[in-house]
Design a protein around this ligand. Structure first.
Ligand code: ASP
Length: 332
């Protein structure tokens, strides 16, 4: 490429190059999406739910920063949280169900709309990697329970007791408490990690992984492994993921809803807000029902919204590393 041509292309920016690539694609998204090409388009960027997202983003960034794929970034990123024994809501060290069993849900989705998920998986530390194997090695989208574990072991994953002494203690304490009769959602027992990344090719991928609602009924599966609820990616538009009370997210197909609202022209923030408002409308009693969404558009624009205050997400890109408080409709 001549220097002159190079300068011209550079001035257009990576976003310009990729926008023209996208604009030639025959898709329904191109008409209603507003032009936001003034944004830092297609520069790699990663966002994750809650403050545990900061560490996870660091791992994801190591991949994005050297031109790696968003898919690798989100898998490697959320594995950090899954393997963190001090985290009480994801993977190893996650709080168990009513019977004292740690049961895990996870899913992953890439820019080609390929996806994989595991639900009600036990004794495997990194369910997100099993979900990726489901996506890549099987004709299925989701494996659950014993079948998911059998598949994981066949794929070379090792069994591990995920109930740490600290989590066991907390569960024993809960068994003796009043809470056992009236389980309530709070920020301590609900904290999925959901991660969305866009790489230097403008490809978006997402991952979502959790030990779910602490002290849930044995067998309960939340939104996190359900494509369209806990996570949804459509590379023509963007991606979204959810955290909070999974039952509420599933009822409005939350992450899919956010992406479809972006397709209609809403910004990630506006789309998350409308999804949250829909959840509020669908509940006669919204008291204590916390849900938060994060979203990224194909331009790399990010946003979030939650039912109640207190939700935040971590952002990392070339220029920024910060924790952002989500706006909420209600206050605790
Ligand atoms: N959404 C998850 C579930 O309901 C929990 C969470 O986000 O903390 O299983």
């Amino acid at each position: 490429m001549s220097r002159r041509k190079f300068i011209k292309v550079s001035a257009l920016g990576v976003g310009g190059i990729l926008l023209s690539k996208f604009s030639s694609a025959k898709n329904e998204a191109k008409k209603p999406l507003p032009n936001r090409s003034n944004l830092i388009a297609f520069s790699p960027r990663v966002i994750s739910t809650w403050n545990h997202g900061t560490k996870a983003n660091e791992a994801a960034w190591k991949i994005l920063n050297i031109g790696g794929t968003a898919l690798d970034a989100v898998e490697v990123g959320v594995r950090v949280t899954e393997s963190d024994a001090t985290n009480r809501s994801v993977g190893l060290g996650g709080l168990p169900d009513k019977e004292g069993k740690v049961t895990l849900d996870a899913c992953i989705m890439n820019h080609k709309s390929e996806c994989g998920a595991v639900a009600f998986l036990q004794d495997i530390e990194n369910p997100i990697s099993v979900a990726r194997k489901v996506m890549e090695e099987t004709p299925h989208v989701m494996l659950a329970g014993k079948g998911a574990q059998k598949f994981a072991l066949e794929q070379g994953f090792k069994k591990k007791d995920l109930l740490t002494p600290e989590a066991k203690k907390a569960w024993q304490k809960w068994q003796e408490s009043e809470d056992q009769k009236k389980p309530e959602i709070n920020s301590e027992n609900h904290d999925t990690i959901g991660m969305l990344a866009i790489d230097s090719n403008g490809h978006i991928s997402g991952a979502c992984t959790t030990s779910g609602w602490a002290y849930k009924l044995h067998g309960r599966v939340g939104d996190s492994p359900i494509i369209g609820a806990g996570l949804f990616i459509d590379n023509e538009v963007g991606g979204a993921c959810a955290t909070g009370l999974g039952e509420a997210v599933i009822r409005i197909a939350g992450s899919h809803t956010v992406v479809e609202l972006m397709r209609q022209g809403k910004s990630p923030n506006e789309a998350c807000q409308e999804a949250v408002e829909r959840i509020i409308r669908k509940h006669k009693d919204i008291k204590g029902v916390q849900v938060g969404f994060i979203a990224i558009s194909k331009y790399g624009e990010v946003g979030s919204y939650s039912v109640y205050n207190g939700f935040n997400f971590a952002l990392k890109d070339h220029n920024t590393e910060k924790l952002i408080d989500a706006k909420s409709v209600l206050k605790w």
